[in-house]
Structures are given as C-alpha cells and as structure tokens.
Design a protein around this ligand. Structure first.
Ligand SMILES: NC(=O)c1ccc[n+]([C@@H]2O[C@H](COP(=O)([O-])OP(=O)(O)OC[C@H]3O[C@@H](n4cnc5c(N)ncnc54)[C@H](OP(=O)(O)O)[C@@H]3O)[C@@H](O)[C@H]2O)c1
Length: 311
C-alpha cells in the first residue's frame, strides 16, 4: 500500500491528523512523497504484517454502548484505512474484547484484521473457558494470534494453544510479558518451546529486552510484538514541549510519537509495535511510523543518547 502525505491528511482525522503529522493543511500543494507501508514477515510463515498495530489496554475498557465508543470507532476506522491490521487485546482488559468485537463487526472489516488476544489462567479448564469467552466477546471463530499472558499457567496453556492451532481455531501461538522480572523465565521458555510470536515491552525508556529476549527471538525464528512503546505515555512527558531534533528528518520522522515508534521498529528483530491508540489523530500519527525511512543502528544509538540526556 502506498500513501502520500496528502492521503494521510485526507484519510486521517482531517486537520488534527495533519497537525499530528506535522503537515499544515494550507500546504496541500506542496510536493508529496509517496510512502510504502512498511511490513515485516512472521518468521514461521512468511506472512507480511504492517510494523505498527494497536494496543487496547485501559482505553478500550468502556461501556459497550454510548458516546465513549465514538472516538474508538473512528480510531479503528482510521487505522484500517491507513493499512493497519494488527489489534492486540486480552480478556483481562476489562470490556476491551467486547468493545473491539462490537466495533469491528459494525465496521465490517474482521477479515482484513489480525486479531491477537491472550489467556491468563492457571488450569486447563479455566483456560479453555476463558478462551471460549474470548471467541464470543470478539465475535470471531478464529484468532490470528493467541498468547499466554505473563507466563500464567504457561505449560498447560501452551498445550491448549497447540491443540487449537491444530484444529484451525488459532493461526499463530505465542506468549507475552511486560516485566523485566520475568525475562529470565521467559527466555527459558523461548529456548525450550516452539512458538510463532513473543510479545515483550521495549521502548527508548526500557531497553533491557534487547539484551537477551530480542536476539533470542531472532535466533529462534519468533515474531516479536513490542508493547508499552510509550511507557504508558511517560515518554511524552520526558520530552515535554521540546521540538524534534533536526536530524529526526533523516528518518522521515515528524512527531515525537513517530520518533519513539521508529526507534522500536528500527530494531531488526521487532515485527510489530502495538501502541495503545484510542484517538483517531493518534492512529494517523502512529501509522506514520510505518512509512518512510527507519533509523539504522548508528541513528538508533544517537536516539538513545539524546533521550538519556533528557532524563
Ligand atoms: N503483558 C502484556 O501482555 C502486556 C502488558 C502491557 C501492555 N500490553 C499491550 O501493549 C499495548 C501498549 O501498551 P500501553 O497501552 O499500556 O501503553 P503505551 O502504548 O506505552 O502508551 C499508551 C498511551 O500513549 C498515548 N499515546 C498513544 N499514541 C499517541 C500519540 N501518537 N501521541 C501522543 N500520545 C499518544 C495515549 O495516552 P492518552 O490515551 O492518555 O492520551 C495512550 O494511552 C497495550 O495496549 C496492550 O495491548 C501487553
């Protein structure tokens, strides 16, 4: 998919998307550069997925009807129009699965999406019951990805996930964490078990997963979803009102959100980053990180030094 900045302004949330992307609406006649959407292959299949997805923790935990759904509906519509496919959710995110299921069904693009959810139960029966409920809540009969959440019941749930994959109810299986305290146990499971995906926290402010987890994923042929890319919003607080450094233009970066996301997807082991995205202009801004040039290793080091100098 190729989109120009003019397309982004037209498709996104109008002027707010333009501002978020650093494009002044009055400059529509400025020469536009077409940008291919950047995708990465899932190592176990070769299927290409866009490098920016959406996370649904907290902000999608709203009532299943009412005005709070409006910005979420518009966010998902914008995300999809810009070529986004991967949505990460979990039964433990309150009402998020129900909200995603309802909105996707209303928008009518389930088949274009890559839906990832999780299971977080110790026992086999409890796990099966939670998964059955997730199928209902998300209104689908097949998950693209099912992950064991935070290593809970890991051996039991991995066995269940494999059965579901064999039965064609789940396309890919994996596991997730967002805690450095779990990295050692997480890496042990990665070494001994085959799975398609892992999900781990990674950002400019939390880089420890790049020491062992990310290289191990590359070695083991596992796709990587990067979670908590903005430190739940704290990275924006760290840069405050500062303008972007001039050199951010060298990798086609036009906002702090894109700066933080391009740092992550610039890591060759990362398949897709999943920023929590609940506003349409955030969707347009974040999808901008899936276009244009990405920072190379030297530029990523410069980004780390710059960020560290602020904190
Ligand atoms: N163990 C696990 O499996 C695990 C753990 C944690 C997270 N996750 C997954 O990872 C996803 C991402 O983590 P997260 O949502 O906790 O945190 P995050 O992505 O680091 O931060 C999300 C917050 O960043 C702000 N934001 C998003 N886009 C922005 C933009 N373009 N410009 C400015 N601000 C922007 C929003 O703040 P406001 O909404 O306040 O404006 C949003 O709530 C989760 O939603 C979840 O799917 C998984």
């Amino acid at each position: 998919m190729t989109l120009s900045r003019r397309d982004l302004v037209r498709i996104g949330a109008g002027a707010s998307a333009a501002v978020a992307l650093g494009v002044r609406p009055g400059l529509a006649r400025r020469p536009t550069r077409p940008f291919e959407l950047i995708t990465r292959p899932v190592p176990s299949s070769g299927e290409e997925i866009p490098v920016v997805g959406i996370g649904t923790a907290r902000r999608y935990d709203v009532a299943a009807s009412g005005a709070e759904l409006d910005p979420l509906r518009e966010t998902l519509a914008t995300f999809r129009k810009l070529g986004g496919t991967l949505i990460d959710t979990a039964p433990s995110y309150g009402n998020a699965e129900v909200v995603v299921g309802d909105l996707v069904s209303e928008l009518g693009f389930r088949d274009d999406l890559f839906i990832a959810t999780k299971v977080r139960k110790e026992g086999r029966d409890e796990g099966n019951a939670e998964i059955a409920s997730s199928f209902e809540r998300l209104q689908t009969d097949r998950f693209d990805l099912l992950q064991v959440h935070n290593l809970v019941g890991i051996d039991t749930q991995l066995a269940t996930l494999r059965e579901l994959k064999d039965a064609g109810r789940v396309r890919y299986i994996g596991m997730s964490t967002s805690s450095g305290r779990q990295y050692e146990a997480f890496a042990d499971v990665m070494r001994r078990e085959d799975m398609d995906f892992i999900q781990v926290n990674y950002s400019l402010a939390a880089r420890d997963s790049a020491d062992v987890i990310l290289p191990l994923a590359a070695d083991r042929g596992m796709a990587v979803l990067a979670n908590v890319p903005f430190g739940r919003g704290r990275l924006f607080d760290a840069v405050g009102e500062r303008p972007l450094p001039d050199w951010a233009g060298e990798f086609d970066c036009e906002s702090w959100g894109q700066f933080f996301l391009k740092y992550i997807v610039g890591h060759p082991a990362v398949t897709c980053v999943i920023p929590g995205t609940a506003k349409p202009h955030y969707a347009a801004d974040n999808m901008g990180a899936a276009m244009g040039r990405l920072p190379d290793a030297a530029m990523r080091r410069k980004m780390e030094e710059y960020f560290d100098s602020l904190t």
